[in-house]
Design a protein around this ligand. Structure first.
Ligand code: ATP
Ligand code: MG
Length: 417
């Protein structure tokens, strides 16, 4: 991708309202744009990262049997009345049709998926079933200061599982827990698995928390046995209930949440199946969310320095940032351009993802500043200096030192990582 043709210009001015570091950096580097409080547009660079995160999530969901669907976001009022959440879900966006009648803009999909699978689940032979969907969600959140960490419109992956008994639900719940740990690791994050209230007396749900000062959750962590519990449910904040060690208080952002719904929604929609003995029983359900667009923000919160973003390799929008630095001298510049074009063509032929700063109207200083701000993993510079040495400059974003490498070694240095 050539910068001269790309929808990209780093921004000098960021709205004072954008106090979250992730939102400020992502706007400055032209990944996202703010439409209004809690509502953002994703620009080409931001969308590339979103797609990468989605792909990791999709692969891990499919690996545990999940099948992808896409459900409607405009939901009839009666579905939400049937569960009582038309009245009780405070953040529900309600829209009125000009022909009369109301709709909800979906903030989660139990009210859609449960009646939907009724057409499919009749007997124990139809179970278990795992369906997931990646789409926008709408929640009328109170005005927040967290940028894309808390949107009124945001992207979520939600998986729903359907089971014939608790043993099967428990088994799958643990599989999802492990899949989530793989997902966050692949996103370059360390996620703490935190016990949270499960809504029933003895059972817990689990939140996946990434430590960041921008987070809105407090949880307690035991450095000895690694036990974690959310502040809202912990009874003794001094000692670990597991091993007695003293607890640490940490601040995090919740990137995922897994929950056993049991028969809450199957009761509301009369979702039943016939077991082996022909007895009619409620289907048991689990639901499992991941905040895709929140993850974009959390990844930045966890990976930046004073110069800009430092993308973890698997989700970086481009792997390589190739820059040509011109001198303003016709003859020299022609050679520099030719050499940089040559390297670019080589990389494209190899199938590498490279962002090529071929802009002629931008100073060398600005190009280098932009490279640090954008934060792609590897930077390659071609300049008068490198050409004199038959070399190119190679630098990892997270390191301070650039290496001067010989052009004959380009192929073995720059390859699919
Ligand atoms: P939170 O505790 O942060 O309000 P939640 O418990 O209501 O979230 P769920 O309904 O379980 O969240 O949604 C699943 C995931 O979607 C969350 O773990 C979070 O990562 C993400 N998420 C929830 N609300 C938002 C939001 N307003 N903006 C961005 N992401 C969100
Ligand atoms: Mg929560």
């Amino acid at each position: 991708m050539k910068a001269s043709k790309f929808y990209f210009k780093s921004r000098k001015k960021i709205s004072q309202e954008e106090v979250a570091i992730s939102a400020a950096l992502l706007i400055k580097a032209n990944f996202i744009e703010r439409l209004t409080s809690g509502v953002y547009n994703f620009l080409p660079l931001g969308l590339r990262v979103i797609k990468r995160i989605e792909q990791i999530v999709r692969e891990e969901m499919e690996a545990i049997g999940g099948q992808e669907i896409l459900m409607a976001l405009l939901n009839p009022r009666k579905n939400w009345e049937q569960t009582g959440r038309w009245g009780s879900f405070n953040a529900l966006f309600k829209v009125q049709s000009r022909f009369g009648g109301w709709f909800a803009l979906s903030p989660t999909h139990e009210e859609v998926i449960t009646p939907m699978v009724k057409n499919f689940i009749h007997s124990y032979k139809d179970l278990p079933l795992y369906l997931f969907h990646i789409s926008d969600k709408f929640r009328d959140e109170p005005r927040s200061k967290s940028g894309i960490l808390r949107g009124k419109e945001f992207i979520m992956k939600d998986l729903y599982s359907f089971h014939q008994d608790e043993k099967d639900l428990d088994k799958y719940y643990n599989q999802v827990k492990k899949a989530y740990q793989r997902i966050f690791k692949r996103c370059g994050l360390k996620a703490f698995v935190v016990e949270a209230s499960g809504g029933t007396f003895s059972d817990f749900s689990h939140e996946f928390q990434v430590i960041t000062p921008a987070g809105e959750d407090i949880f307690y962590y035991c450095p000895s046995c690694k036990f974690c519990q959310n502040k809202e449910i912990i009874s003794n904040t001094k000692k670990c209930p597991n091993c007695g060690h003293s607890l640490e208080e940490l601040r995090g952002s919740e990137v995922g949440n897994i929950f056993k719904l049991k028969d809450k929604y199957s009761q509301a929609f009369d979702l039943k199946f016939r077991d082996k003995d022909g007895k009619s029983k409620n289907v048991l359900m689990g639901c499992y969310g991941i905040g895709i667009s929140r993850l974009l923000g959390v990844i930045v919160e966890a990976n930046y320095d004073q110069d800009g973003i430092i993308w973890p390799k698997e989700i970086a929008p481009f792997q390589y940032h190739l820059i040509r630095l011109l001198k303003g001298k016709v003859k020299e510049d022609k050679i520099i351009k030719k050499q940089a074009d040559l390297l670019y063509d080589k990389m494209i032929k190899k199938g590498l993802e490279v962002f090529y700063d071929d802009r002629d109207d931008v100073s060398s200083g600005e190009k280098l500043v932009d490279a640090d701000l954008l934060g792609f993993p590897w930077r390659i510079v071609v300049s008068e200096k490198t050409l004199k040495e038959n070399s190119f400059e190679f630098k990892e974003r997270k390191s301070r030192k650039a290496k001067l490498l010989k052009l004959k070694d380009f192929d073995k240095t720059v390859k699919a990582k």
